[in-house]
Design a binder for this molecule. Sequence first.
Ligand SMILES: [Fe+2]
Length: 377
Amino acid sequence: MTTPASSMTAIRSPIDPVRAIEVAGAAMVEDTLRRILVVDDETTIRLALSRFLRTRGFEVEAADSGSAALEAIERQRFALMLCDLRMPGMTGLEVVPQALQRDADLGIIMLTAVNDASSATEALNSGAFDYLTKPVELPDLQAAVERAMLRRMRTMERRAVDRLIREEVALRTVQLEREKGALRELTVSVAETLINAMEAKDLYLRGHSQRVAELGAAIAAELGESDHVVELVHTAGRLHDVGKIGIRESVLNKNGPLTADEFSHVKDHVKIGLEILQPLGHLGDALLFIRDHHEHWNGMGYPHGRSGEDITIGGRVLTAADAFDALTSKRAYRDPMSAAATLDYLHTQAGKLVQPQVYEALRRVVERGDLPTLPQS
Ligand SMILES: [Fe+2]
């Protein structure tokens, strides 16, 4: 079993700096892409812009319409797209979101007429980086392209780091859950040592906690409870009577009816159990289930006299499993009851000792033969 100390050393920092640099580095390598798509329905503008960009060392492809541009983007990756706003067929405003859908890293610069600032603003809102007004001054174009290339690189780096953080958070969450599980398992093992010591004092109790755990978990699953709750019921079942370690042996093993004082002393095992387990806060709701395992559906149980749904679901389930196992186990003063006779008896207790729905779930589990097969001493 993993000890908490060794498992804690396995915790990684939320962001691994080496991986962050690797991913950011990969993003920068990606940005060596210097291919630009020029989209304009006017041939002269297309040719002039393409020629200028080629002299600046870019690889250029030209498209004469929005749909031709989208086809080109599907065919290969571009670092930037210079896109005319007003074109027959698909407008530049319609091209922007579709282009970004195909390549979220694409940098987009719109080309607009002087009097079309509102459309340019709209294009910026839908994801374009920048806009240039026609006629385009070549130095302005060069400056805009450089800004867009830089911004694309920063955006890609940021996305890569965001992705890394998301992956690291997911990984760390899984690790923490695993460590919590290991810690819970360790705690239960230590507490079970107490249980074994206690059950060793009483021949008739041997194996009781384990059987209550398994039967309780089966009832909780039959009721449709989540895997998490089923596991908590199992844990609570294993630990529910740990407080009996604090009960005098003479009372625990008495052959015959208990006096009022003795019964009151036995009842203390719930409180003592919670005191023993209280520091183990990570047992969570399992502690509440243990608190409630002697409460009765009609409010006549102990230690608090809770009733109905004020009793935790785990408490209601454990009451039924505990009663079933106690009645079907041998005691010093009586032989065990059969499963069928025990079900008949507990049927008279539905609505009193146990919740009717919990009784029904217990009956289905028992009748299916899903009983724990642990030996009874
Ligand atoms: Fe108990």
